[in-house]
Design a protein around this ligand. Structure first.
Ligand code: ADP
Ligand code: MG
Length: 448
């Protein structure tokens, strides 16, 4: 048996499974993320995740041209007490939950595909299931993914995947791009003339729309539209101006939003803007940087099933004279604030899984407090909500680097790696591609 040593000893009735996931429709990273979350919720207590590789579609001869959409693929591994047949039924159930249609054409585009590729039992052959998967050795990207996940894992009665991948010529041509599933990236599109690092770049709606699509292609799970600058000294605009900035972009992306090809977060704290957008577009998140939206709006957001980002701030825009109390630990202040906010949001109808906590780096904190909060961000995980950090290109970086605001991506990425290590769920960033490049390299060089 190809026992793979990274997990604990096989327990009573437990089996070690490797499952391949693929998606080439909709928000592909989000589909993979949802399937992995369901696998962990239902069948596996902990999964080890490979990186995600983009690969060209494998097509039958005479396939329609519109089937030729690249896939995102990954492999996950973990132990479960389910039998192979029971797990296959579970995988089909998850495919359905994620939205795959039951009647689909073989090799056709799909929102999600879950296959058992390997287990630590003897070869399994039934009318509905074969393990190892019959195509495993014919797909270099699967061999590569298994080798990246665990080079010592062995094909039953054969070589390790590390050796197999090593012997395959040009294995690195099997994929076009690589990503990580976690942390998830929220890509920023500022529709403003005056944002601190990219002001004016996406005022032209065509540019904003193509940037939003590019961020998804580069590995953003969510795209955040910002119709208002909240940089220090910004002059705030009213809801009418916000909506005028948002409308052409939301119209241009409307089909993608409806088809779930793109997941939108709205960065606004003005009730009129939020309610008007909600009336017209099925967006998924509201990012409230005041952390103080009025109850009526909060209730509407909760009723519609959106997620809410609640960010800690002392004033919008931030002012350098308004800081958290220096006599108290900033982490303690944030913990206390989180408890209050969660209680309030729950009273307005939000479930904890729809609340995302954001410590508000740069809003009411000194550089030292910002750094201290970054070092202890895992503390926010104790509340059972997801955690997002928005540190990208922010001014605290100037306490250790004189790079200009628009040139702070190197520092931003380095901070992101430290945050990934703490298990942060979302990073809200300007430069998505740089993040994916660094996060993949980081994930693959850490021994877990
Ligand atoms: P694909 O072959 O592209 O994965 P499907 O997901 O539609 O297409 O799979 C077709 C069928 O293959 C499944 O319904 C399942 O019964 C069968 N099958 C055989 N072996 C496996 C396996 N190891 N993992 C998943 N499905 C399998
Ligand atoms: Mg399948």
């Amino acid at each position: 048996m190809g026992a793979c040593p990274f997990l604990t000893v096989k327990g009573e009735g437990m089996s070690l499974y490797s499952i391949a996931l693929g998606s080439n429709m909709g928000n592909r990273l989000a589909n993979l993320g949802r399937a992995v979350a369901l696998l962990e919720e239902r069948y596996f207590s902990r999964l080890k995740l490979s990186p995600v590789l983009e690969t060209p579609a494998l097509l039958p001869a005479n396939a329609p041209a519109d089937w030729d959409i690249p896939y995102l693929n990954m492999v996950v591994r973990g132990t479960s007490d389910l039998s192979p047949e029971a797990l296959l039924a579970g995988l089909k159930d998850i495919e359905k939950t994620v939205g795959r249609e039951e009647t689909h054409e073989r090799w056709g585009p799909r929102l999600i595909d879950l296959d058992i590729v390997l287990w630590d039992g003897p070869s399994f052959i039934s009318p509905t299931l074969t393990i190892p998967h019959v195509e495993l050795l014919n797909r270099p990207f699967l061999i590569h993914l298994l080798a990246l996940l665990d080079p010592q894992c062995r094909y039953p009665g054969g070589k390790t995947f590390g050796e197999m991948a090593h012997l395959l010529p040009d294995i690195d041509t099997c994929y076009t791009q690589s990503f990580v599933l976690n942390p998830k990236l929220v890509g920023i599109v500022n529709l403003t003339p005056d944002s601190f690092s990219d002001g004016g770049q996406y005022v032209d709606p065509e540019k904003a729309i193509s940037h939003a699509k590019q961020l998804v292609a580069e590995g953003a799970t969510v795209v955040e539209l910002g119709p208002q600058s909240t940089r220090p000294q910004a002059v705030l605009v009213d809801a009418e101006t916000e909506y005028a900035r948002l409308h052409p972009i939301l119209e241009g992306l409307s089909d993608d939003i409806k088809q779930n090809d793109i997941t939108i977060s709205l960065d606004s704290f003005l009730p009129e803007t939020i309610l008007k957008v909600l009336e017209n577009y099925p967006i998924s998140w509201i990012n409230d940087v005041t952390g103080n939206l009025e109850d009526r709006t909060l209730r509407t957001i909760a009723e519609r099933g959106l997620k809410i980002v609640v960010m800690h701030s002392l004033s919008i825009p931030p002012h350098r004279d308004q800081c958290l109390d220096f006599d108290r630990s900033a982490v303690e202040s944030l913990n206390q604030w989180s408890e209050l906010k969660i209680r309030h949001l729950e009273s307005c109808g939000f479930q904890r899984e729809h609340i995302i906590l954001d410590s508000g780096i740069g809003f009411g904190k000194s550089a030292y407090q910002n750094l201290f909060l970054l070092q202890h961000v895992e503390q926010l995980k104790q509340f059972g909500c997801e955690v997002m950090v928005g540190h990208s290109r922010k001014r605290f970086i100037s306490s250790f680097s004189h790079a200009e605001a628009r040139d702070r991506d190197l520092e931003t990425v380095a901070v992101s790696l430290a945050l990934a290590e703490q298990g942060v769920d979302y990073l809200r960033v300007h430069h998505v591609r740089n993040h994916q490049r660094a996060l993949v390299a980081y994930q693959l060089s850490v021994n877990r």
